[in-house]
Design a binder for this molecule. Structure first.
Ligand code: IDP
Ligand code: MG
Length: 135
């Protein structure tokens, strides 16, 4: 059984979209194996986003992720890593396909970092690494 890390980012929590996001995951058939509300600190975020260190959006990304609580979810099911990335849609919510979480619920708010509601692990290696950070 595969597992992935899903994060409902601070914009999703502030906009009361936790239920909507979890509902889409469950409606697809995936199972919530674990879930927690976390106020992340810089340490956990710098480990989570290590691959983006040095990029122009790195500092705004950390500030955004520090701006409020996030919901961390261990989501389980066959091919769930790929499947949740498909449910989430493209990184840019302006062009993310309608029908996806980012495409239906997200937009450009004119901020330095793209606020796009969710994070999903992008490979088996990332999923294992990220799940060990958050759980
Ligand atoms: P992903 O979340 O779709 O996997 P990544 O490339 O891993 O996208 O980037 C991590 C996060 O950093 C994105 O979800 C988004 O919030 C932000 N981000 C990525 N690329 C940019 C950019 O070019 N400008 C501003 N923010 C970005
Ligand atoms: Mg990513």
């Amino acid at each position: 059984m595969q597992a992935t890390l899903v994060l409902c980012k601070p914009d999703a929590v502030k906009r009361n979209l936790i239920g909507e996001i979890v509902a889409r995951c469950e409606a697809k058939g995936y199972v919530v194996g674990d879930i927690r509300l976390v106020q992340p600190d810089r340490d956990i975020l710098s480990r989570h986003y290590a691959e983006h260190e040095g990029k122009p959006f790195y500092e705004p990304l950390l500030e955004f992720m520090l701006s409020g609580p996030v919901v961390a979810i261990k989501l389980e099911g066959e091919r769930v890593i790929e499947g949740f990335r498909s449910l989430a849609g493209a990184t840019d919510p302006t062009t993310a396909a309608p029908g996806t979480i980012r495409g239906d619920l997200g937009r450009d708010w004119g901020t330095k970092v793209i606020q796009n509601l969710v994070h999903g692990s992008d490979s088996e290696e990332s999923a294992e690494r990220e799940l060990s950070i958050w759980f």
